[in-house]
Write a protein that binds this ligand. Sequence first.
Ligand code: SER
Length: 564
Amino acid sequence: MTHQEIREKFRKFMGSKGHKWVASSSLLPSDPSVLFTTAGMQQFKQYYTDPSSAPAANVASIQKCMRTSDIDEVGDESHLTFFEMLGNFSFNGYWKREATQYAHEFIIKEMGLKIDHVSIFGGEGDIPADEESEKIWREIAPEIVIKKFGRADNFWGPTGNEGPCGPTTEIYVNGIEVWNLVFNQCYKHPDGRLEALESPGVDTGMGLERLAMAVQKKENVFGTDLFEPLIQMLPQDNISKKVHRIIADHARAAAFIISDGVTPSNKDKGYVLRRLIRRIIVQCHLNGIEIEAMNDIFAKIVELYSQYYPELDISKIKSIFAVENEKFQKTFKNGLKELEKMGSVDNASAFKLYESFGLPFDVIQEVGGSKASSLTRNGFEEERKRHQEISRAGVEKKFGGHGMKEGDLTAANKEELWKKTRLHTATHIIVAALERVLGQKLPQAGSDIMAERLRFDFTFPRKVTLEELKKAENIANDIVAKDLPVICEEMDLQVALDSGASAFFKLKYPPRVKVYSIGESGAYFSRELCGGPHVSRTGQVGHITITKEESVSGGNRRIRAVVN
Ligand code: SER
C-alpha cells in the first residue's frame, strides 16, 4: 500500500464516519507559545473550550508537523523533525467509545494490521485512572493486552503553557506506538491547575511515516515510500545510513518550512531552518556529495508532496538554500580547519566556533569526535545565553541606565537604542536600494531617526514614483531576508572615499573614519562612512516599509520608513 493509498483510505474512512475533512494548517502556528505546529489539534485548540465555533463537531485532517527538540538525534532509526499526522477530532461530538472503535476498525480492517497491545492511563496523584477506556477496550477487543501507565506516558498536553489536555490510550503495532487517542476532559491553566472541561473533546494523532512503516513492512521509517525515493537519489557507496537519513529528513523539513515563509536567521524559526540547512551542507561536504544534488532532492520532495501541499515552492526553496549555502561555504571550511587545530573542545570554545564560523553545535560534536566529548547541547545553549547577557550588560554599563548616546544615535533606554540601531541600518539599506532603482548615486542631505521611524533627505531632481519606491522596498527586504553581515572597519578618510564609500557631502570628516559595509567583501550592497551603531546582520532589521516620499527645500527629496 502506497502512502497515497493510506491517505486516501483514511480520508474515506473518516468521511464515512461523519467527519468533515479539514486541510492541514501552516507549520507556523497562530499560538505564539509554540515555535512550530507540532500536532494536528493545534489549529483546533480553541474548539475544545468553545465547540460552537468549530466548523463541524467532528473533523479529520492530515497535518504537517515539526518537532525540533530531538534535532540532534535525527540519523537513528526513528527520529524525524518533519512528519505528517493523520487525526480525527471531536468537539463535544462523540466520545471515548466511538473514538476507540474507529481507531480499532481502521487499523485492523483498513490497514490490515495486528495490534500488539494498547496502553491506557492508570491514574496518578489526584487524577483517577481511565477505567472507561479499559472497559471499552475489553468490549471491543477482549483478547487485547492492556498496559497501564502514569502521567508521563498516558496523559497528553497541553501544547504551549495552557490548554486542553487529558488521558490517552495508545495503540501499538509491531512494538511501536502508531496511534495516540487523547480524551480532552481537562483544561490546564498556566499555573498548572487542572479544571474539568465543560464539554469533552477527542484529539487523535497517528504519524503517517510510522503507519507506512508498519503497513509497508519496513524496518524503519526510512524504508518507506516517503523516504526511499529521496535516499535513492544520494550516492550509496561509502556513505552511512545516518548521513542519508539526516539529509533526507532535513531536506523535507527545510522545504516545508521555507514554503511556509521562514528564512534562515539566528533566532527562533529562522535559527531552526539555518541549523537544518547548515547540517545538510556540512554532511554533503564531509561525504563528498555535490551540493547541487540537493536541488534534485528538493525537486523530488515537491513532486512527492505538491498534490497535498500546493504551497511547496521549488524556486523559493532552491534560492533560499543557495543563498544560505553561498554565505556558509565561505566560513565553515575555515571553521573546520580551526576545529582540527584545537586540542580539545569545550562548550565555550564550541560556542566561539559557532559565533565566528557558523559551525553548528552538532557538526562540532560530530567532527570533533573524542576531543569534543565534553560538549553538551545544554552547556552550549548556556554559553549562548551568557553571551547574550554580556552584550546586553555591556550596553547598560556604558550608558549607566540613563539617556544613552552611541555613535550617531541617542536613545532613552536600551530598547529604544536597539530600535534606532535597526532603523539606522535600514536607512543605509534603503539608500543603496534606491540608488540601484534610480541608477545613480544619491547625495545624502540629512538623516533623522526616531524610535518609530527613519527619515532621510537626498538630492534628486524629481518625484520618485510609487513603482520605484516599491521596487526599492522589495530590494531592501530582499537584503534583510538574505541576512547579510554588516561590517565596520576603521580607515583613512581618503582610502574610504577611494573604495567607493558614500559620504554626506556637506559634512567635514576626520582623517580616520569608520566605514560600514553591508554584504560580503568584494560584493558590497552598501558602503558608507558612518559613526554607527548598526546591527550585525541585516536579518535583525526586520521588515522595511517605505511610508512616504515628498519634496523638501533645497531641491531635496525626503523619505520616511518604518521597520517591523
Ligand atoms: N495531540 C496528540 C499527539 O500529538 C494526538 O493527536 O500525539
